[in-house]
Design a protein around this ligand. Structure first.
Ligand SMILES: [Zn+2]
Length: 281
């Protein structure tokens, strides 16, 4: 094994661990945002006995496993979903790191004008993943949707393209990419909106916010994870068609709450398939 491989393994491992810790934070976001509580202050406590949880109770995944899925103080069972969300976030960060080997190559080469934009791309992609996980779970729990998540995806995507434009020296191309991204995202809201309105008539603010969040996220992935490496593969139109059909079929049905989970799974599949394709070619 050479130095480059070792460095890449370290990058992937630390990214995955970072993802698991972030998943733990997302558990807080998913619970507190619909409850209109602040996400920056306040201690975590047991939902049953109200005991404030210590550092040893809050180690992602491990605490849950070692405590046997029970509260240390009152022995009430703790739902496995916290652990599942931590694992899922860790998996997404793992796949994203595997898709970004070029960052470790660029770091080894030293100063390179592509390092900053590539790293910014990597960070915004992770931010998008975090938004998708929050949207999927909040929608699953409460059938609510919030404006901040799609806005974070939209703004971070626009920023990273601008950073690319500035570092690589092609602002026109950057602005063109932002315009394409916005047009694609608008299509992701407009098409389901038109189809649902034509067939079912009711389309609420929650529907709009949900489509806005998932539309920007799926546009992000179809523009990046796949297309960036294999430019001739266009996933956008099939994705949009599939999304619209499933959205229409599940609208106002009891499976509607799984829509977010479906979108997150699609993102994981696209990430995984781009890694597989990378090894084939
Ligand atoms: Zn307890």
């Amino acid at each position: 094994m050479n130095y480059s491989d070792l460095f890449f393994i370290m990058f992937v491992t630390s990214s995955t661990m970072f993802g698991i810790v972030f998943g733990s934070f997302l558990n807080v976001v998913i619970y507190r945002i619909p409850a209109s509580k602040t996400i920056v202050k306040g201690h975590s406590m047991c939902m049953t006995c109200g005991h404030t949880l210590g550092v040893l109770d809050l180690v992602p995944i491990l605490s849950w496993l070692f405590l046997g899925g029970k509260c240390r103080y009152c022995k009430a069972p703790i739902a496995s979903r916290y652990c599942k969300i931590e694992c899922f976030t860790g998996l997404c960060f793992l796949l994203t790191a595997l898709n970004h080997r070029e960052i470790t190559e660029l770091l080894l080469q030293g100063s390179n004008k592509f390092l900053v934009p590539q790293f910014a791309m990597y960070c915004t992609f992770l931010l998008m993943i975090c938004c998708v996980i929050s949207v999927m779970m909040i929608f699953y729990d409460t059938r609510k949707a919030y404006l901040q998540f799609p806005l974070i995806i939209l703004i971070s995507r626009a920023l990273v393209v601008l950073i690319y434009g500035i570092y690589v020296g092609n602002i026109t191309l950057a602005l063109y990419s932002i315009a394409i991204f916005i047009i694609m995202s608008v299509a992701f809201i407009a098409i389901p909106y038109i189809v649902i309105r034509l067939v079912k008539a009711n389309y609420s603010k929650v529907d709009f916010l949900f489509d806005f969040a998932m539309g920007t996220a799926l546009t992000f992935v179809s523009q990046y994870a796949y297309v960036n490496k294999f430019e001739k593969i266009y996933t956008f139109i099939p994705l949009l068609t599939f999304y619209t059909i499933v959205r229409l079929l599940t609208k106002d049905k009891k499976y509607e709450k799984y829509m977010g989970i479906l979108c997150a799974s699609i993102i994981v599949l696209l990430l995984a398939s781009s890694i597989i394709l990378m090894y084939i070619y």
